[in-house]
Design a protein around this ligand. Structure first.
Ligand SMILES: NC(=[NH2+])NCCC[C@H](N)C(=O)O
Ligand SMILES: [Mn+2]
Ligand SMILES: [Mn+2]
Length: 301
């Protein structure tokens, strides 16, 4: 990491999906000791606390569209974008904890302003490439990557006043194994670079990350890592709302983080979808903190 300053921002959003408890993700990651872990690596860490979330009971969404809780998701993400934007302005590395994955619409909106060609690594069992037209669930956490690329409901794509935030050729998806038909069409049509579990099994994680680094290094001027804990296998990361068997191991993921650290590629990052209610003794949040340590340069020697 080039920056020695890290700003932690919690986004306890659960409006992007239907299972309760993911709003406690940021606390669970904090309790697993993330700040101390980063301070040991001699970073200056400022925890900015959580972005405030509108009350569920006060504001009942009228279903004006297929998208669940659209107005809350917009409102929260506008303030996420502003906060992240401000931290980058100050020269700090934004490290965001979720919360459901819909928060990426806001983080990337705040980040992409600062780059000509922002790259994104989407580490996830899912593509999150649905639009209001293709979504099988109406859950906005299945749409943030599409929105970031300029596809979907105009209120999502135009969040923070501009679109698109990222170009389709600047994205790499790693770990995909549950893609909806509309998402597969999207990937084919826009020729998105995807390492599904099939490719990862065949090539091995070292080659996957080497190729990812080479691909993004020559095309982009900054790279955001969006890591959905459901990219990992549910036996090792059970505390997620949409688990999918056959996922990435703890070891593979550690290696990925270490290689990214060595390449000094990542300029912002988020760890999302940690749901402590579904977890076992904070195992998933603890795993996330281990990955964060490696991403920021922790080594055994
Ligand atoms: N960030 C996530 N966990 N996304 C899961 C999305 C699941 C499914 N593809 C949907 O659109 O509803
Ligand atoms: Mn996912
Ligand atoms: Mn996701």
């Amino acid at each position: 990491m080039k920056e020695k300053q890290i700003s932690i921002i919690g986004v306890p959003i659960d409006y992007g999906q239907s299972r309760r408890g993911v709003d406690m993700g940021p606390s669970a990651i904090r309790y697993a000791g993330v700040k101390e872990r980063l301070e040991k690596l001699s970073y200056t860490v400022t925890d900015l606390g959580n972005v405030s979330i509108p009350n569920r009971h006060k504001k009942q969404e009228q279903m004006t569209s297929k998208l669940k809780n659209l107005s809350q998701v917009i409102e929260i993400n506008e303030s996420v974008a502003k906060k992240v934007d401000h931290e980058i302005e100050k020269g700090s590395f934004p490290l965001i904890f979720g919360g459901d994955h819909s928060l990426s619409i806001g983080t990337i909106a705040g980040i992409a302003k600062h780059y000509q060609r922002l790259g994104v690594i989407w580490y996830d069992a899912h593509g999150d490439l649905n639009t209001d037209q293709t979504s099988p669930s109406g859950n906005i956490h299945g749409m943030p990557l599409a929105a970031t690329l300029g596809f979907g409901h105009h209120k999502l794509t135009n969040l923070y006043g501009y679109a698109p935030k990222v170009k389709t050729e600047h994205v790499v998806i790693i770990g995909a194994r549950d893609l909806d038909p509309g998402e597969k069409d999207f990937i084919r049509k826009h020729n998105i670079k995807v390492f599904t579990m099939h490719e990862i099994d065949r090539l091995g994680m070292p080659q996957v990350i080497e190729e990812t680094i080479a691909y993004l290094k020559e095309r982009t001027d900054g790279v955001h890592l969006s890591l959905d804990l459901d990219g990992l296998d549910p036996t090792e990361a059970p505390g997620v709302g949409t688990p999918v068997i056959g996922g990435l191991t703890y070891r593979e993921s550690h290696l990925a983080m270490e290689m990214l650290a060595e390449a000094e590629l990542i300029t912002s990052a988020e760890f999302v979808e940690v749901n402590p209610i579904l977890d076992e003794k904070n195992k998933t949040a603890t795993l996330a903190v281990g990955l964060i340590g490696s991403l920021f340069g922790e080594t055994l020697k």
